[in-house]
Design a protein around this ligand. Structure first.
Ligand code: J9T
Length: 250
């Protein structure tokens, strides 16, 4: 997979050299290019923003550097990926559609993603219109209902969520199937040795005995019930509307 990131803070993306993502790059699974938007400014101050037309607080990112950036990045990408390569152009934005595990699954199968980091109040709307007019697929996605100072942190999160799903990036494929959100429920509680642990306050804490029983059928049923209970308590919005909860006793 090729990923291009356009930002005014290329150093913000330095963590993408680390851990599993860094290894995917060194292994040739991920071809990542980070670009400084200011490359495509032409004034002495390398200006990327201006005041909002119509008035209001803050600054808006100017369309010209973005249009030039996309022309250059898309043409370099086509050179590398082949003339018929089609990028998905992604703008992290608090007003976007929710980014979820299903989105990550979908995007992990694409050949080429271009991630564009907005700063200030946002990017001039005509940039999106222009890209769509050029026939590009454009997606605005939100990580949740809160505001960040810029798209960079969202790009780190999106890149990690997507790249770890590419075959060969996470060693144990089964761990991708079992984790939270992969089956629409939250993950069950996890335990490791020692089975009996005395915490620093002196309290003895036992792992659930069923996990030591060796009965894989009962363990699977217990975990499923724990997942359902946890999801009901913390994220009822993830459960089907007709979910009844545990059967009453007696
Ligand atoms: C500037 O970008 C944001 O503030 C942002 C991006 C993606 N998701 C959010 N919830 C916020």
């Amino acid at each position: 997979m090729r990923i291009d990131v356009v930002t005014i803070f290329p150093e913000y993306l330095a963590p993408l050299d680390l851990s599993l993502i860094g290894k995917a790059r060194r292994d040739g699974i991920l071809d990542l290019h980070v670009h400084d938007l200011r490359t495509w400014t032409h004034d002495r101050h390398r200006t990327v923003d201006d005041t909002p037309l119509g008035g209001g607080a803050g600054m808006v990112m100017k369309p010209e550097p973005w249009a030039e950036a996309f022309a250059a990045v898309l043409s370099a990408g086509r050179e590398a990926q082949g003339a018929d390569a089609h990028p998905l152009i992604i703008f992290p934005n608090p007003a976007g559609a929710p980014f979820a595990q299903a989105t990550a699954q979908d995007w992990s199968q694409r050949e080429w993603l271009v991630l564009a980091c907005g700063r200030y109040e946002g990017i001039d709307e005509r940039v999106y219109e222009h890209l769509a007019d050029q026939g590009h697929e454009v997606a605005l996605v939100s990580l949740g209902d809160y505001v960040l100072n810029g798209g960079e942190v969202a790009v780190l999160a999106i890149t990690e969520a997507v790249v770890r799903l590419i075959p060969g990036v996470v060693g144990n494929a089964a761990s991708l199937v079992e984790e939270s959100h992969s089956d629409g429920l939250l993950e069950y509680p996890l335990y490791t040795r020692p089975a009996s642990w005395t915490d620093p306050a002196g309290t003895v804490r036992e792992a659930p005995p069923i996990l030591l029983s060796g009965d894989h059928g009962r363990i699977a049923a217990w975990r499923r019930e724990q997942s359902r209970r946890r999801t009901r308590e913390r994220r009822p919005d993830l459960l089907p509307a007709d979910d009844e909860g545990p059967a009453p006793l007696g």
